[in-house]
Design a protein around this ligand. Sequence first.
Ligand code: ADP
Length: 177
Amino acid sequence: LEPKEEFEHSSLTVDVMRPRRSDPALAVLTQEGMTVEEVEALVESTRYSGFPVVVSQESQRLVGFVFRRDLLISIDNARKRQEGVVGASQVVFTEHAPAHAADAPPPLRLRGILDLSPFTVTDHTPMDITVDIFRKLGLRQCLVTHNGRLLGIITKKDILKHMAQIANRDPDSILFN
Ligand code: ADP
């Protein structure tokens, strides 16, 4: 990414992040409470490269970030090798597995594949700063928060598309600037 003077005027991260108002909601996983089946369904219904993990849907407090490929490989391995892991097993990203009923299938513990300190910016971070962070840290994606709650995600491609729109003076992008 090149430093772009175009950003000097006014774009904020909230103008470039996803989801946009008309998009489906951000696809997130909760740190506990989802089953293997539910996680697989969510992952397979999207093409995203990764998923933020939150404490709960209500709190939207960020716990970490997990890559799609790591999730799929781990679930696949566990289903093949880990005794008793089935579709109804609970997926757990917490440090300690929650107590489960004796007759429930054993949980699938996935904290090991979680990035526990994903980079974040706030929704009101000016885009020139966000671009700088992407360049200096070589990021592919970054999470966006508002008052400590997860709000969205911004990828390198989102930024490149936004730059291209500005360069083309695309009427849609002017609405956002
Ligand atoms: P890229 O932008 O490099 O293609 P992705 O495939 O992960 O990366 O993302 C595609 C689009 O979906 C981007 O606009 C990104 O901001 C958005 N996105 C990425 N992850 C999620 C997610 N978990 N939920 C909702 N949108 C996402």
